[in-house]
Design a protein around this ligand. Structure first.
Ligand code: ATP
Ligand code: MG
Length: 299
């Protein structure tokens, strides 16, 4: 079951620029979906269309099995969102800010303390928001987004401006909302390392189109295919000893092993050592998601 599904979603700005290009976004129910792409890739534009903040031009959008045209209220009452900077009243306390939204959403007043607690602001409800750090403001904005008990959260670069500690806390909060409360979360970022640890699914866009979409396991498989580079005393001799299918000779002193699992790398290393071929370095060609990402978006 998909919580969000778009079909050939396309958006052109009046300048003629195609910001979203035939996007088939698929966010499974219960997932934490990392929506990734460099600046200007089309993330915010896509999220704004999903939320009905920008009028859909071409393609289909289904959220929780329904469409905005027919079931706008149904959808909006089940989505919480954080797009761009949160609109909070700085001269009011956290609690007073929540009160405004509680009245707008017409939800139980007990929810206010619940959400403050959920985002870790349980003790500072009566503090003025102008005295909040940026991280605390983000948490409060998230508390607002959670007030009406959404099933789906859409967060646009929620870690913008947070320090490393704030990012770790935000990650924990996202993980908790997903695992403890069963909320499906679509979170955008242009920094992969930020979301790598919490996402179950990943979509990488560039110029408004998908470069990759799938599970983190599928992404890992791509990473392993990318290979490991060996620098050795005699690569030609090494070629005779190692598995041909995975072996790519680069130069007399270097070769690459493709689709290499850690055990295969260790085995290759041992074979070479046993045959007195010196191994000077073993370097993964794409060490992390960041390099896969760069590879995908600059292909
Ligand atoms: N209101 C607008 N009018 C014209 N063009 C726009 C508008 N908003 C965005 N664009 C263009 O559409 C493209 C996608 O922008 P978008 O804001 O969706 O990217 P993004 O992935 O969210 O980037 P960032 O990581 O910087 O937030 C960009 O080239 C941008 O210049
Ligand atoms: Mg953006």
């Amino acid at each position: 079951m998909l919580s969000i599904e778009t079909h050939q979603l396309t958006h052109r700005f009046p300048s003629g620029e195609i910001a979203v290009n035939q996007l088939n976004l698929q966010v499974p129910e219960g997932s934490v979906y990392g929506f990734l792409g460099p600046n200007g890739a089309g993330k915010t534009t896509t999220l704004r269309i999903l939320l009905g903040l920008l009028k859909k031009q071409e393609g289909e959008v289904r959220i929780l099995g329904k469409t905005m045209d027919r079931d706008r209220n149904y959808i909006l009452s089940r989505i919480g969102s954080l797009i761009e900077s949160p609109s909070l009243y700085l001269h009011l306390t956290a609690f007073e800010n929540l009160k405004i939204y509680q009245l707008v959403y017409a939800c139980k007043s007990s929810r206010m303390q619940e959400v403050l607690h959920q985002v870790g602001l349980g003790d500072v409800g009566s503090k003025k928001v102008e005295k909040f750090s940026l991280g605390m403001k983000q948490r409060l904005a998230l508390a607002v987004a959670l007030l009406h008990e959404p099933r789906l959260l859409i967060l646009d670069e929620p870690s913008n401006g947070l320090d490393p500690n704030g990012m770790i806390e935000l990650r924990e909060l996202i993980r908790n909302l997903n695992q403890q409360h069963g909320i499906t979360i679509l979170v955008s970022s242009h920094i992969l390392a930020e979301v790598e640890k919490i996402v179950t699914h990943v979509g990488v866009i560039h110029h408004g189109a998908f470069q990759f979409q799938g599970t983190v396991q599928e992404l890992d498989a791509i990473r392993q295919k990318a290979g490991v580079k060996f620098e050795v005393s005699d690569a030609l001799a090494a070629q005779k000893l190692l598995d041909n299918e995975q072996f790519i000779l680069i130069s007399p002193q270097t070769f690459e092993l493709h689709q290499a699992q850690p055990e295969k790398i260790a085995r290759a290393n041992k074979i070479l050592n046993d045959q007195n071929i010196h191994v000077y370095s073993v370097v993964p060609q794409t060490q992390d998601l960041e390099s896969v990402f760069l590879h995908l978006t600059h292909a």
